[in-house]
Design a protein around this ligand. Sequence first.
Ligand code: URP
Ligand code: ZN
Ligand code: ZN
Ligand code: ZN
Length: 464
Amino acid sequence: MTFDIVIRNGTIVTASDVFTADIGITGETIDTIGHGLTGHHVVDATGLLVMPGGIDGHCHIEQEEADGTVHEDDFASASASALLGGTTTVVCFASHVPGRNIVTQFEDYLRRGQNSRIDFAVHQIVTRTDADTIEKGIPEIARRGVAGLKVFMTYDDFHLTDGQFLRVLDAAKASGLVVSVHCENYDAIRHMIEAHLAAGRTDAHAHATSRPPCLEREATYRAMTLAELVDHDIQIFHVSCPEVAEEIARARHRGVKVSAETCPHYLSLTEADLKRNGFEGAKYICSPPLRTQADQDGMWSYLRDGVIGIVSSDHCGYSLEGTSGKARHGRDADFSLIPNGMPGLGTRMAVLFDAGVNSQKIGLTDFVRLTATAPAQRYGLYPRKGTIAPGSDADLVLWDRTQQVRITNDLFQSRIDYTPFEGRLVTGWPAMVLARGRIAVENGQVLRKPTMGRFLKARSGPQD
Ligand code: URP
Ligand code: ZN
Ligand code: ZN
Ligand code: ZN
């Protein structure tokens, strides 16, 4: 048999194995893994790692904000950045802005997604718990293929009370949807922000000191307790530090159905970045905030032992310039007025590979598990996505682990005007990316057009 494409003699890495073989692709899927395969088109992968295309389980793309503005990184640009960094599937967020029905917002978001170059699944944000949302809306979007729900315990426009959170958990349980949670204590942060501003602390670093680890730990404990009460699955998003991970480990020991995610920035940047001069510190404002070097060092063991099972970007780009960006209230605005979030779709895989695999803090199979297999399993996309096996979509990244790259923002064709990793030297970079059996990136060029991505109907899977 002659395959459409053969990836020859690469070092195949899955979440459980590393071995050398050929991959035969027919149409959009992997047909055979073997030796001596022949194809119409043969890619020599000798010396390269061949891994499942990355799955970024948490990224904010073309998302509507409460004030009606839309994130400037749209599906066409964000999916180009994702591909250039080795990611072939994203799970992004439909918003739930005041005055609009949740099902309509979900459907509107799927229409925006038609411009994606890569396949995408959708989390639905829930910010209100009126009867229409809970009784009709959540069951309906579950039928229509939402991957899961996201709720916030903080942020003025989004946060839910414990009672509201419980209503969402009940509805999610009835519909079999995992609830992902942004855990920070809203009232305590308001108190801390007011105290900082009263003391004249308006600088970007005050963002970190006004949201200390104990407020993330408390909210995480509370979210897990409420999930325990309802006996339903939750996922803790963007765990920033070991004391939160330790709380999650304890809950898992008790049998609470909880899984967790972290992001490359908590593994490679620190709160010292918020002290950069002028408006530079604003680039690093995200929530939960960047923590200390000791916190960063303490995270890796939780990635190895599976307490933190997923590494997503939490890509949430706001340019420095422009009316909807970081400086929307002016460059002299206090830290509490600067929008939270950093771009990270393009850099996720390379930064984690360099910080984790090259320094031997995680192994190659861990890398694949954290960046592709576990998110596919968690969001109901596995085994179609997230692994290399006959029948799976031929979403592959051919990774040159010897290539050194100095990260600059222009590598990612992003609409966001900066990357927090500007100037960082990393070793390991995608040499080629395939998405559903077609070459999607070659020689740094994106070959996949907007509209080629498809919406993936998903159903949250059981936790690991
Ligand atoms: O600062 C962050 N993380 N912004 C994105 C929204 C969120 O909280 O995930
Ligand atoms: Zn052919
Ligand atoms: Zn969040
Ligand atoms: Zn987020």
